[in-house]
Write a protein that binds this ligand. Structure first.
Ligand code: ZN
Length: 367
């Protein structure tokens, strides 16, 4: 469950501008932290003539993992990560797995909302050391229930990783175990997502009813067709896929097959995203910040999605209103908590505008 709304105190606000996604010029007020189209006498006008977007979403990041994979557990360090996202206009994060308990951040009204997936769950010695709960298949469903209760509606599996005995990416879980684990999460009211780079893990994950695929560079035409039918989403994390040639080079000497797989996946990554989008798979923007990637790069991910072939407005939706709907967060609507970002130009016309938010309103306050 996500955190309840924090007690509100702050002035009433007035904004006017072009509200997206509708694209209509409107006046909006914020009273007691919530949006209304009813004029509020005495409200302070904080913005006129801009473009107003529902608060951006980074749909795949990690708060609590710092540069080089170190755990960040001090409040100042955690705040710094969350504030880097907020400065970029990101007012909600889907945390795709953190070894650190960041729950105390929910009490800080100036920080973005965080929807957590608990800790990653991986097969023994089949993920980055120390990050995941590592276990064998027989224990997967029970651990999924534990992480579902720890999180805010998501559970994160590691679906594939290098198998050193094979020398290449390989699936981590048998199909029957995945089906049982995903059903267990759904019973707990949580959705499930999985890290996958390669192809072989995907058919079993998708057929087991998984809700989302992270990275998904190994998706094929058949798989995107099946995902579109089922409504399974993908968060391509193209900012992170830029690291694949580096992963390949690092593995080259010991694992040449893995290295060539990573190069092939890198080469096809843009085409995969375009194919998924064109097939009707819901595509969302996530940077995979935390660890090797700095927080606050949502604009880079949106531009990368557009370069891969999404229309600019769809790439924008993937980081704003569509992502919010997918995560159960409201947009700019009557009575909703006021979480919005203002730009001084139309970001649909030029996605570079996203790098320059001029105002952020979070939980009804200018931050
Ligand atoms: Zn990640």
């Amino acid at each position: 469950m996500s955190a309840p709304d924090l007690p509100f105190s702050g002035p009433d606000l007035h904004l006017s501008g072009v509200v997206l996604p509708e694209g209509e010029h409107r006046d909006l007020w914020v009273r007691d932290g919530r949006l209304t189209s009813e004029p509020v006498p005495g409200a302070e006008t904080v913005s006129r003539g801009g473009w107003l977007l529902p608060g951006l979403v980074d749909a795949h990041c990690h708060v609590g993992i710092g540069r080089g994979g170190v755990f960040v557990e001090d409040r100042a360090g955690l705040r710094e990560q969350a504030l880097a996202e907020r400065d970029a206009g990101v007012l909600a994060l889907r945390d795709c797995g953190s070894p650190v308990d960041t729950r105390a951040l929910d009490d800080e009204p100036d920080l973005p909302r965080i929807l957590r997936a608990g800790r990653h769950i991986a097969r023994t010695r089949r993920y980055l050391p120390g990050l995941a709960v590592e276990l064998e298949p027989a224990d997967l469903a029970a651990e999924v229930r534990v992480q579902a209760r720890r999180g805010d509606g998501w559970v994160k599996l590691v679906g594939d990783w290098i198998d050193r005995s094979v020398g290449d990416l390989a699936p981590e879980w048998p199909a029957d175990v995945l089906a049982e684990a995903i059903a267990a999460a759904h019973e707990e009211g949580a959705r499930v997502t999985a890290h996958t780079f390669g192809t072989d893990a995907l058919p079993d994950l998708v057929r087991a009813g998984i809700d989302c695929i992270e990275h998904g560079t190994g998706l094929t035409e058949d798989l995107v067709g099946e995902m579109a039918t089922r409504g399974t989403a993908v968060v391509p994390t193209l900012v992170n896929v830029e690291n694949f040639p580096g992963f390949a080079a690092a593995g080259e000497a010991r694992f040449p097959t893995y290295a060539s797989t990573m190069r092939r996946l890198y080469a096809q990554s843009g085409a995969v995203v375009r194919a998924a989008y064109e097939a009707g798979v819901p595509v969302f923007a996530g940077t995979d910040a935390g660890g090797g990637i700095e927080h606050g790069r949502i604009a880079d991910e949106v531009r990368a999605l557009c370069q891969a072939g999404l229309p600019a407005e769809a790439a924008l939706a993937a980081a704003s209103w569509s992502a919010r709907t997918w995560l159960g967060l409201p947009g700019i609507e009557e009575g909703a908590p006021a979480d919005l970002v203002v730009y001084d130009a139309d970001p649909r016309a030029d996605l570079d505008t996203l790098t320059r938010p001029v105002l952020r309103v979070l939980r009804g306050r200018v931050v």
